[in-house]
Ligand binder design. Structure first.
Ligand SMILES: [Zn+2]
Length: 114
């Protein structure tokens, strides 16, 4: 299941941060994911809760932030993000020959800890 592997990744990131910064409790985990990622916040929270039931992460909330669309310019290969729905122009060469990228990546952006 997709959500489970994402939760797995989140737990790894938190574990690394925990060793670095020595916090005891995590309150909020902010996650960034691509526009085309079909992650459901409810499902993700459910899987996360199940996975952290008996750990120090119990009770932490997840917040998903969706990024704008990513594009690649067909003329100069530049990659850039755009928030608007209309087809954007390449910031590097002003070409309008741009291709949306399918981005399924998920990142942990920030942790709120105690
Ligand atoms: Zn370009």
């Amino acid at each position: 299941m997709h959500e489970l592997s994402v939760v797995d990744g989140i737990l790894r990131v938190v574990e690394i941060q925990k060793r670095k910064h020595r916090f005891s409790r995590v309150k909020l985990i902010e996650i960034i994911c691509g526009k085309y990622n079909c992650l459901s916040e409810d499902n993700l929270q459910f899987c996360f809760d199940a996975a952290t039931e008996s750990s120090s992460l119990k009770g932490a909330r997840l917040k998903i932030v969706r990024r704008g669309e990513d594009y690649r310019c067909a003329a100069c290969n530049a990659e850039f993000g755009a928030e608007s729905e209309s087809l954007p122009t390449c910031p590097a060469c002003r070409s309008t020959d741009v291709i949306p990228r399918m981005d399924y990546a998920v990142y942990v952006r920030s942790l709120e800890v105690e």
